[in-house]
Ligand binder design. Structure first.
Ligand SMILES: [Mn+2]
Length: 268
């Protein structure tokens, strides 16, 4: 079983806003998808799927909104084998991981992102989509942080990532030794859609050239089969920047494959 909720957070974008429209756009584009995945030979019709709707975050401070997301993520992870969050700006993933930690205290995080998101603050603001992972590190330990697909950050972020995290790499893959250390610990996967090349995901606040194709990203998700993935998010879809909805289509298909891979009962 999988439980999905939307977190249309859009308070701290550093460049272009619009991620509040992400959950709605991803649901809309999911209508064009088949329920059957030929790669996985599984069908959504065989998976119990609960859509818990979108959180009402309007008018909340970023701290209150993140806490509200944490409650929703904990609820979803308690109710289902897989909790899925549709963003919304990436700051919401601090709430997503907090909520997962309440249900699975041993959980680790794997972030797929163009950006390190490890600044201690951004333009004087402590909690933004450029700093949320620093908060994760401070609250839960940087040794629980794994990052892939990286290609943008300032010098201090790279230094912090290289010296303190379990893994921070430019490739969209985890080395076998890192994967072995994760073992069967519960895993939260956080996907910033900007890990994709802007050609594959133009609708996002901070596009960063030199990224992955959709096929490479979905192959990365498939490569996580065998890990105990209990939570997943797809963040930073900003549909107003992408009238063709390429970005939301990519996010919707990623979610379908993840739900079929990690949310189906039986061995995964
Ligand atoms: Mn990013």
């Amino acid at each position: 079983m999988a439980a999905i909720f939307g977190a249309p957070l859009d308070l701290t974008e550093s460049f272009r806003a619009g991620a509040r429209g992400g959950p709605r756009a991803v649901r809309y584009m999911s209508d064009s998808l088949e329920t059957y995945s030929p790669t996985l030979d599984r069908d959504l019709e065989d998976v119990a799927l609960a859509d818990l709707g979108d959180l009402e975050l309007k008018g909340l401070s970023v701290e209150r909104a993140v806490e509200s997301i944490a409650e929703a993520a904990a609820h979803a992870a308690s109710a289902a084998r897989l909790a899925v969050m549709l963003g919304g700006e990436h700051t919401g993933s601090l709430g997503g991981f907090r909520g997962i930690k309440r249900v699975y205290p041993e959980a680790v995080i794997i972030q797929a992102d163009a950006h390190l998101d490890m600044r201690p603050d951004y333009a004087g603001e402590p909690l933004t989509h450029a700093t949320w992972l620093h908060h994760v590190g401070e609250e839960f330990g940087f040794e629980h942080v794994h990052q892939v697909g990286l290609r943008s950050g300032d010098r201090a972020e790279w230094r912090l990532a290289r010296s303190r995290t379990a893994w921070s790499g430019t490739a969209l893959s985890l080395p076998p030794s890192v994967r072995e250390r994760i073992g069967q610990l519960p895993v939260y996967v956080s996907i910033d859609i900007d890990v994709l090349d802007p050609a594959h995901a133009p609708g996002t606040g901070c596009p960063e050239p030199g990224g992955a194709t959709f096929r490479e990203l979905v192959e990365f998700v498939y490569s996580l089969a065998g890990l105990h993935v209990v939570g997943l998010d797809v963040m930073e879809v900003s549909p107003e920047l992408d009238p063709a909805n390429i970005t939301a289509a990519a996010a919707a298909k990623l979610v379908r494959e993840a739900v079929l891979l990690f949310g189906a009962s039986g061995p995964s």
